[in-house]
Design a protein around this ligand. Structure first.
Ligand code: ARG
Length: 468
C-alpha cells in the first residue's frame, strides 16, 4: 500500500489515499453529530424566524427557508441523515440539502451566525433533553424502590459495616437508602439544567455580530431562560456537558453500588435475592448457572461513564478562548455516557421492581453474627444504669461465651449471663430478638418499621404516587 502512487513513503500505509483523504476523515463529525439533527433544525427555525422578524432577511426568503427546513426534517425522519464526510457535520449537511431544495436563498440562513454558536446551541438543547430523560428515569427507579420498601418495611435482614454483620435492619430501610441517593442525584440534574438554560445563539463565531439580531427572541423560542451574556464564553463553554457528565458519573456510581449489592445478595452463600430471569443469563457450559449479568453490566458501565467525564475534562482543560476543533470531541463521550446511563437506569428499575427477596434467608442471616450485641449493651445502660463502655465490655464477654458454645446470644441461660454480670435480669431476653432490635431503633431516620413507613409515605408524596 505504501508504495502506491500519490502516497508518502514516510507516512506509511494509512496514507495510501493521500493526506487530503485523511483530513476529510479526521475532520468529519457527521458520523456522530447527526444525532443532533432535530436540535439543529429547531435552532435554525428559531434563527430564521428572528432574521425575518428583524428584517435581516425578507419575509418571503424567511418563509422559503422555514419551509425548506421542515422538508429536510421530514426527510431525516423518514430516511435518516446522510453521511457525507465532505460535508463535515450536521450543520453543513442540512444547509447543503436545503440549498438543493430551495436554491441559493438557502445561503441567507447563515446570516449573523456561525457553526460555533450553532453547535453550542444544538448541543445544549440535546443535553437539556437528556437531563429531562435522566430525571424521569431516576423518578421511575425511585418509585420502584419505594414500592419495594413499603412491601418490606418490617422485613429483617442483617445490616453490615465492613461487610461484617453489624446490627439488624429492615430491607425497606436499606432500599430507602438508595431512594435518598437518587433524590440527591435528581437535584444535581435540576441544578445542571438550570445552569445550562441560557442560549448561545447569536454569539456568532466568537465576537457577536453587527446585524440587528434579537437574541432574547431566539432564546425564548428555544425554551431558554435568557441569552448568554458573553459571546466568547458562549462558543467556548462546555460546562453544561460536563455538568451532565458529573451528574451522570455520580448517578452511575450510585446504581453501581446497588448493582454490587444485588450481585452479592444473589450469590449462593448469601441467597438474599433471586433476580428476574428476564434480566439474567445462563452459562454456556454450567447448566445450573443463572448469572446477574444486567447488574454486572450496570457496575461495568459506571466505569465507562466516569471515563467519559474524564475524557471531556481532559479535552477541555488546555483550550484557549474561543472555539478550537478539539471541542468537536465533546459529543462522543456525552452520547456514550447518556446511552449507557439510560440503559443502566432502566435495567436497575426492572431488577428492583422484579427481584424476589428471600426474606427467610435474610431473617436467618440476621440471627447470625451476634447482630443484637449492641442491644444487650443498650439494655445494660438503660435497665441497669451501667456506663456504655462497661456495658460494651460485659457484652463482649457474653458474645465470647455464645461463640464458644456455638449458640445465639438469647440462647445463653440466665444463670450464665448473670455469672458474667449479676445485674442482668430476665427482661434482657426481650431485647435480644432481631425484631426487638429493629423496633427499638425509632430515632428519626432509623430502621424501626414505623420510621420506614413514615419515610415511605413522605417519598410517595414527593413522587406523586398514590398511597396504598
Ligand atoms: N462540527 C463542529 C463541532 O462539532 C462544528 C463547529 C465547527 N466550527 C468551526 N469553526 N470549524 O464542533
Amino acid at each position: 500500500m505504501s508504495g502506491k502512487a500519490g502516497s508518502n513513503q514516510m507516512w506509511g500505509g494509512r496514507f495510501a489515499a493521500g493526506p487530503a483523504a485523511i483530513m476529510r476523515e479526521i475532520n468529519a463529525s457527521i458520523p456522530f453529530d447527526k444525532a443532533l439533527w432535530r436540535q439543529d433544525i429547531a435552532a435554525s427555525q428559531a434563527h430564521v424566524a428572528m432574521l425575518g422578524a428583524q428584517g435581516i432577511v425578507s419575509p418571503d426568503d424567511a418563509a422559503a427557508i422555514a419551509a425548506g427546513l421542515a422538508h429536510v426534517a421530514t426527510e431525516y425522519a423518514a430516511h435518516g441523515v446522510p453521511e457525507n464526510w465532505d460535508l463535515e457535520d450536521i450543520h453543513m449537511t442540512t444547509e447543503s440539502r436545503l440549498a438543493e431544495l430551495i436554491g441559493p436563498v438557502a445561503g441567507r440562513l447563515h446570516t449573523a451566525r456561525s457553526r460555533n454558536d450553532q453547535v453550542a446551541t444544538d448541543f445544549r438543547l440535546w443535553v437539556r433533553d437528556c437531563l429531562d430523560q435522566t430525571d424521569a428515569a431516576l423518578a421511575a427507579l425511585q418509585a420502584a424502590l419505594v414500592m419495594r420498601a413499603d412491601e418490606h418495611a418490617a422485613t429483617i435482614m442483617p445490616g453490615f459495616t465492613h461487610l461484617q454483620t453489624a446490627q439488624p435492619v429492615t430491607l425497606g430501610h436499606h432500599l430507602l437508602a438508595y431512594y435518598e441517593m437518587f433524590r440527591r442525584d435528581r437535584s444535581r440534574v435540576a441544578d445542571a439544567r438550570a445552569r445550562l438554560n441560557e442560549c448561545p445563539l447569536g454569539a456568532a463565531a466568537l465576537a457577536g455580530t453587527g446585524f440587528p439580531i434579537d437574541r432574547a427572541a431566539t432564546a425564548a423560542a428555544l425554551g431558554f431562560d435568557r441569552p448568554t451574556a458573553n459571546s466568547l464564553d458562549s462558543v467556548s463553554d462546555r460546562d453544561f456537558a460536563l455538568d451532565f457528565l458529573m451528574a451522570a458519573a455520580q448517578i452511575a456510581l450510585h446504581v453501581s453500588r446497588l448493582a454490587e449489592e444485588l450481585i452479592i445478595w444473589a450469590s449462593q452463600p448469601f441467597g438474599f435475592v433471586v433476580l428476574p430471569d428476564s434480566l439474567s443469563t445462563g452459562s454456556s457450559i454450567m447448566p445450573q448457572k443463572k448469572n446477574p449479568d444486567a447488574a454486572e453490566l450496570v457496575r461495568g458501565h459506571a466505569g465507562r461513564i466516569i471515563g467519559s467525564l474524564t475524557a471531556l475534562m481532559i479535552t477541555m482543560k488546555g483550550l484557549p478562548l474561543a472555539y478550537s476543533k478539539d471541542m468537536q470531541d465533546d459529543k462522543p463521550p456525552v452520547f456514550e455516557a447518556a446511552g449507557l446511563l439510560s440503559l443502566s437506569l432502566a435495567a436497575m428499575t426492572g431488577m428492583v421492581a422484579e427481584a424476589r427477596f428471600r426474606t427467610d434467608r435474610m431473617r436467618g442471616a440476621a440471627e447470625l453474627g451476634y447482630a443484637t450485641a449492641t442491644d444487650l449493651a443498650d439494655w445494660l445502660v438503660r435497665q441497669a444504669d451501667i456506663p456504655f463502655r462497661e456495658a460494651h465490655h460485659i457484652t463482649g464477654a457474653a458474645v465470647r461465651l455464645a461463640e464458644s458454645r456455638g449458640v445465639a446470644l438469647d440462647q445463653i441461660a440466665l444463670a450464665d449471663l448473670q455469672a458474667i454480670d449479676p445485674r442482668i435480669q430476665p427482661g434482657v431476653y426481650a431485647a435480644l430478638s432481631v425484631e426487638a432490635s429493629v423496633a427499638a431503633r425509632t430515632s428519626y431516620g432509623g430502621t424501626a418499621p414505623d420510621q420506614v413507613r413514615q419515610r415511605v409515605a413522605e417519598a410517595r408524596a414527593a413522587l406523586g404516587l398514590e398511597a396504598e
